[in-house]
Write a protein that binds this ligand. Structure first.
Ligand code: HEC
Ligand code: HEC
Length: 326
């Protein structure tokens, strides 16, 4: 009888959790461990850049919530990036990648920065040549993809597999969702209620609390920015797509300042005040805004935790890095 009641209670709380507009972050299933290890090395390997100095981790620093905490990133030759770097944490939950959604998935995305002159400034040919001349990599690629030359396709595939593991489960909010009613304070819970009733969940929903749709920045009131990015309109040329951006993931948001595509909001308080005005045509009281911010801070989950990957040494034919070549 007691077991029955417990079962019933468990089913009930599962049903309640299912009704919430936000679901817990889950660890990925069926990852290919050898591929993940290779992708992890590539993510940290600056030899994929022309300078030999910039890796994916330079801008998506896994010690800093998967971002660089800069208004816009620093690329090859100290180039100023055009837009704020989003986090790579939980990016597998994004329906499309990049602020304007121009990459279909993580694999398609990963080829971009390597060959972007303002980022890693290499070419896919050069990156492949570098990998092909590092004996340790040749062995690892063969282990995962079988005999044959290293290809950029395999390299980006391995990076994407590693990125699938960059999830942050077990935040206090997720513990609450899973039934631990003491996981949140009264203020944090009130913040979540306000997040729902005010309408933030209309766009920031699902496991990642974002990443599921592309929406206009400035639904009610215009967002004023000096950043020239037009969002989706930059691709489609349609005026209806002006300032349409992928709704950012709000998981780990306290770690990833500054905020917005232009990096203009220095604090979470500022970002929340802007959002409620431009997207919902309302203002929060300072106490209301603090509740929302308190709730948002409960979305910080367990960060990736692994030994720093050791990278195989270069071979005699590995092209030399060109840090000072323009
Ligand atoms: C010089 C800094 C820099 C480097 C190096 C860099 N990125 Fe990025 N990354 C960015 C910026 C800036 C954006 C946003 C660009 C845009 O949306 O137009 C971005 C976007 C992304 C996204 C999309 C996230 C989202 O929410 O849309 C992923 C995933 C990503 N990068 C992974 C990588 C990987 C993998 C590498 C290494 C192969 C890498 N990045 C190298 C700065 C960098
Ligand atoms: C109509 C859809 C929509 C609604 C409603 C909405 N947002 Fe957003 N939110 C977005 C978009 C789109 C962006 C990215 C805008 C940009 O960078 O220009 C964003 C960005 C953010 C950011 C910054 C994220 C980052 O990584 O830079 C925060 C924080 C945020 N929203 C919180 C909220 C809160 C709190 C509410 C409710 C008061 C809310 N949002 C309501 C669509 C929405």
């Amino acid at each position: 009888m007691k077991a029955m009641v417990l079962l019933l209670l468990a089913a009930l709380s599962a049903a309640v959790a299912a009704e919430e507009p936000i679901q817990p972050i889950e660890r990925p299933k069926n990852v290919n461990v050898a591929k993940v290890e290779l992708g992890k090395q590539l993510f940290f390997d600056a030899r994929l850049s022309k300078s030999g100095w910039i890796s994916c981790n330079s801008c998506h620093n896994l010690s800093r919530g998967g971002t660089d905490n800069l208004v816009s990133s620093v690329g090859h030759g100290w180039a100023k990036g055009p837009i704020n770097a989003p986090t790579v944490l939980n990016s597998s939950y994004n329906i499309v990648q990049f602020w304007d959604g121009r990459a279909a998935d993580l694999k398609a995305q990963a080829g971009g920065p390597i060959a972007n002159p303002g980022e890693m400034a290499s070419t896919h040919e050069l990156a492949v040549k570098v990998l092909q001349t590092i004996p340790g990599y040749v062995t690892s690629f063969e282990k995962v993809y079988g005999k044959g030359p290293v290809t950029i396709d395999h390299a980006t595939d391995a990076i994407a597999e590693f990125e699938r593991t960059l999830v942050t489960p077990d935040s206090r909010f997720d513990l609450w969702l899973k039934g631990d009613k003491h996981a949140l304070t009264a203020q944090e819970l009130a913040g979540y209620e306000l997040f729902k009733v005010t309408g933030c969940v209309g766009c920031h929903n699902g496991p990642a609390v974002g990443g599921a749709t592309l929406q206009r920045m400035g639904s009610f009131n215009p967002y004023v920015t000096a950043n020239p990015s037009l969002g989706v309109a930059g691709l489609s040329g349609q005026s209806a797509d002006r300032y349409r951006f992928k709704v950012p993931i709000l998981r780990n948001i306290e770690l990833t300042a500054p905020y917005f595509h232009d990096g203009a909001a220095k604090t979470l308080e500022e970002a929340v005040d802007t959002m409620v005005w431009v997207q919902l045509n309302r203002h929060f009281t300072p106490a209301g805004r603090d509740k929302i911010v308190a709730f948002l801070k409960t979305l910080t989950g367990k960060q990736p935790d692994f030994p720093i990957p050791q990278l195989p040494p270069s071979g005699p034919d590995t092209p030399a890095p060109q840090p000072f070549d323009p």
